[in-house]
Design a protein around this ligand. Structure first.
Ligand code: G1P
Length: 298
């Protein structure tokens, strides 16, 4: 059976209240790590995994996101005239062909499961698809979704990215109940969204990359609101297990940054800044200087 994943859903309807006042006028997905908006990292990862169609689930106030993916002919011309070829290439690498992006509105903030469900008509019946949460930025030699697509070619079913977190942090995530641990792949016998610490089945947490069978969309037709009064994607995936269909967790190789939090965003900024050849030396020197000054002051 061919197991090709060519569509990805990007739920980007969230209000980004944790980044107010910045998010008063810019979508949080446009906030930049070094010089690229968060959404660009997600798109690049999707492209590397073979995704050809990109479905954005947006909401009011996300116009800047749509503009970001438009071509910018005036800017391109001006860079061409000034012979700024590197910048021109950089700009062009973000261009998307006509018709490969679709925008769907989520009219009410009813949760991640509801956001994914909003994309249902753009996914062909029986087609499996990917979901990427752009808040979770993953630095990896081989992009995380690509690792998952390769694993999924072997397993089929539905698959979520997974990572061990400190037990006291598990209640901030979807958490996996492990059936069989095979190393990078685990088969799953249950999934709970944001469990209390004393009932968390493990400390293996769901991270924002998913490959989902079409049945998950069908489950979402029936799922009632769960944790936090929201329709949870976790519940719709857990319903797959109840229906005796396979669900896997995938321990990816890479470093995940929670760019939905200020601390995570700052950590990502440092990591991605240090990873840039043109910035690394100067930035490292500055950071070392700052750290030694702080130590000296203590
Ligand atoms: C969402 C999911 C959760 C997952 C997390 C990963 O939660 O509902 O299962 O563990 O993303 O970042 P959120 O962080 O949007 O509350």
């Amino acid at each position: 059976m061919a197991r090709k994943i060519t569509k990805a859903v990007f739920p980007v309807a969230g209000l980004g209240t944790r980044f107010l006042p910045a998010t008063k006028s810019i979508p949080k997905e446009i906030m930049t790590l070094v010089d690229r908006p968060l959404i660009q990292y997600a798109i690049d990862e999707a492209r590397a995994a073979g995704i050809k169609e990109f479905i954005f689930v947006t909401s009011r106030g996300k116009g800047a996101l749509e503009d970001y993916f438009d071509h910018a002919p005036e800017l391109e011309n001006s860079l061409r005239k000034k012979k700024k070829i590197n910048l021109l290439q950089e700009l062009k690498s973000t261009n998307m062909d006509s018709g490969v992006i679709a925008y769907i509105r989520q009219h009410r903030a009813l949760g991640l499961g509801h956001a994914v469900w909003c994309a249902r008509r753009l996914i062909t019946p029986n087609e499996s698809f990917a979901v990427i949460l752009p808040d979770d930025v993953i630095e990896a030699e081989k992009p995380c979704l690509q690792q998952m697509v390769e694993a999924y070619e072997e397993t089929g079913g539905s698959m979520v990215a997974a990572m061990e977190v400190p037990p006291e942090k598990a209640s901030a995530y979807g958490v996996l109940d492990i059936k069989e641990d095979m190393g990078s792949i685990v088969s799953v016998k249950g999934m709970i969204e944001k469990p209390d610490q004393d009932v968390a089945p493990s400390n293996l947490a769901v991270i924002g990359r998913y490959i989902l069978s079409n049945d998950v969309l069908r489950n979402l037709n029936k799922i009632k609101s769960g944790t936090g009064g929201e329709v949870q994607l976790t519940d719709a995936i857990a319903a797959e297990i109840d229906a005796d269909r396979d669900v896997y967790g995938f321990r990816f190789r890479g470093q995940r940054f929670d760019c939905g939090s200020k601390a995570g965003f700052l950590q990502a900024t440092v990591a991605f800044g240090l990873a840039r050849e043109e910035l690394a030396d100067e930035f490292f020197e500055y950071l070392s200087h700052m750290v030694s000054e702080r130590h000296a002051a203590e």
